[in-house]
Design a protein around this ligand. Structure first.
Ligand SMILES: Nc1ncnc2c1ncn2[C@@H]1O[C@H](COP(=O)(O)OP(=O)(O)O)[C@@H](O)[C@H]1O
Ligand SMILES: O=P(O)(O)OC[C@H](O)CO
Length: 490
């Protein structure tokens, strides 16, 4: 068997291809950012062709940088930004529209008019929100009445980004998704793990346009370069897998464009009463599915990106650390980056971003520090909700993702949470999780126990703030959050 496993990680801001060895260590990577297409306030799109081309390019770049060829890969897994939707023609493979991204809020009115909140939540574990795929597909179908007719004939296909990449990587051979991605469409029943006819009728989406749902670790087909594709798993679930959170009670937080905190709840879907989502964590082959509670935060790194691209405070996200570190604190400034409304635990589509508490004294450094604090306070909101749902507080938090390179932010996180924050040796746990899931199918790794043995701690941040400072900061944060409600135009 070949010595390496590859993973496509198609994220919100960039696409990576990563190659790992048997110990789970990174051997090579290719990475490229793609365009954020922002045609109107609240709309977020990506070019599907660009995403596929970047997938191929980064795969070739990673293989070349390691002096390897496709035949050195035993298998590959695909992991992806979830919920975002593509429609394309079966006959030509031509996309009909840009990808509508998970952060896109254009369907706010549709969400309200469709209603049936309790039923949707009961079947899917998700509250009605613009975040999920169902209303995005509905919106696309509503643009042209002939599309629904063609979709019902199976001529127009709808998929999340995994399905789009799988279709293209296999030369149009495989039209499938996995349970984790399907669980974020708001069209799949959490219990039966199939498309739910009541929801399809409610959202007006023909079943004929949707892919087959498979386990996350499963045979998905063969890429045109000859490598088997043996896992498809949504990026946040992949990070849980890569962090080897295989036992109920294990949790991780991934820091990227948004933050996503997942808690493994074992074989039973646990219903949240504190604003969290119930979702499928993963399913290995024919084993029963494993479920998770999830706190999804729409904008964390997005605030750093906004300071970089829109406000022009710095040229590179990493410089946020030096700038924020040049002041002792935020000087009372609070930045609530509610660009797409607020997700967990608030679910307020009517919220919009605000920077509060400014005087002439404040500088770019204070605002940047407030942006880092916002990442940490939003995470605390979710961790608090999780403790209430699970009945026990977390004793530590395993972290990963782009922002964990920012040591100041991770120190603030330990201070604001009051528990240690621990980063593993491989911070790219999303790609690693997809590689692990594929490697299990291929028999490259024998069991989840073998994967667990690969996990290594690289750095730990301990709390330095006294509890009253932490709580006062959090109270001020929550007061600022309330001020952002109703600022959106819906
Ligand atoms: N050193 C850093 N400090 C603060 N934010 C960062 C840093 N590096 C990256 N980011 C932010 O993290 C996000 C990218 O992280 P990544 O894990 O690649 O995200 P995604 O998977 O969402 O594309 C961007 O929003 C960027 O602004
Ligand atoms: O691509 P990321 O890392 O920003 O993750 C996006 C999430 O999957 C959205 O639910």
């Amino acid at each position: 068997m070949a010595d390496f496993v590859g993973a496509v990680d198609q994220g919100t801001t960039s696409t990576r291809f990563m190659i790992f060895d048997r110990s789970g260590a990174e051997v090579a990577r290719g990475q490229v950012e793609h365009r954020q297409i922002l045609p109107r306030s609240g709309w977020v799109e990506h070019d599907p062709i660009e995403l596929y081309e970047n997938t191929r390019k980064t795969m070739e770049a990673a293989l070349a940088s390691a002096g390897l060829t496709a035949s050195d890969l035993a298998t590959i897994g695909i992991t992806n930004q979830r919920e975002s939707v593509v429609l394309w023609e079966r006959a030509t493979g031509r996309p009909l529209h840009n990808v509508i991204g998970w952060q896109d809020t254009r369907t706010a009115e549709l969400v309200t008019s469709i209603g049936h909140a309790a039923e949707i939540r009961e079947i899917t574990g998700l509250p009605p929100a613009t975040y999920f795929s169902a209303t995005k597909i509905r919106w696309l179908l509503d643009q042209d009445p002939s599309l629904r007719v063609r979709a019902a004939r199976g001529e127009i296909l709808a998929g999340t980004v995994d399905t789009w990449l799988l279709w293209n990587l296999t030369g149009g051979d495989v039209f499938a998704t996995d349970v984790t991605n399907a669980s974020r469409t708001q069209l799949m029943s959490l219990e039966t793990l199939t498309w739910d006819p009541r929801l399809l009728a409610l959202f007006g989406i023909p079943a004929e346009m949707l892919p087959e749902i498979r386990s996350s670790s499963a045979h998905f087909g063969t890429a045109t370069n000859g490598v088997p594709i043996e896992a498809v798993i949504g990026d946040q679930q992949a990070a849980l897998f890569g962090q080897t959170c295989f036992d109920p009670g294990d949790a991780k937080a991934t820091y990227g464009t948004g933050n996503f905190i997942l808690l493994n709840t074992g074989g039973t879907p646990v219903r949240s009463t504190h604003g969290l989502l119930t979702t499928v964590a993963y399913r290995n082959g024919d084993e029963p599915p494993v479920y998770a509670l999830e706190g999804s935060i729409a904008a964390t790194g997005a605030a750093i990106q906004w300071l970089r691209d829109q406000a022009g405070f710095f040229d590179d996200a990493a410089q946020s650390e030096t700038l924020a570190g040049s002041v002792e604190d935020s000087g009372g400034v609070v930045f609530v980056p509610a660009f797409s409304g607020l997700f967990a635990p608030y679910w307020r589509p009517d919220a919009r971003g605000a920077i509060l508490g400014l005087s002439r004294f404040h500088t770019a450094a204070h605002i940047t520090r407030a942006a880092l604090e916002a990442i940490c306070y939003q995470t605390r909101d979710v961790v608090d909700a999780m403790a209430l749902d699970a009945g026990t507080p977390l004793s530590k938090l395993r972290v990963d993702g782009g922002i964990t390179a920012n040591a100041l932010c991770m120190q603030l996180q330990a201070d604001i949470l009051g528990v240690p924050v621990i980063r593993p040796a491989v911070a790219e746990t999303t790609a690693l999780g997809a590689a692990y899931a594929a490697g299990l199918t291929a028999g490259f790794w024998a069991s989840t126990d073998e994967l667990r043995a690969n996990w290594r701690e690289s750095r730990r941040w301990q709390t330095t703030w006294p509890a009253d400072r932490r709580d006062q900061g959090h109270t001020r944060w929550k007061a600022a959050v309330e001020r952002t409600f109703g600022l959106g135009d819906i």
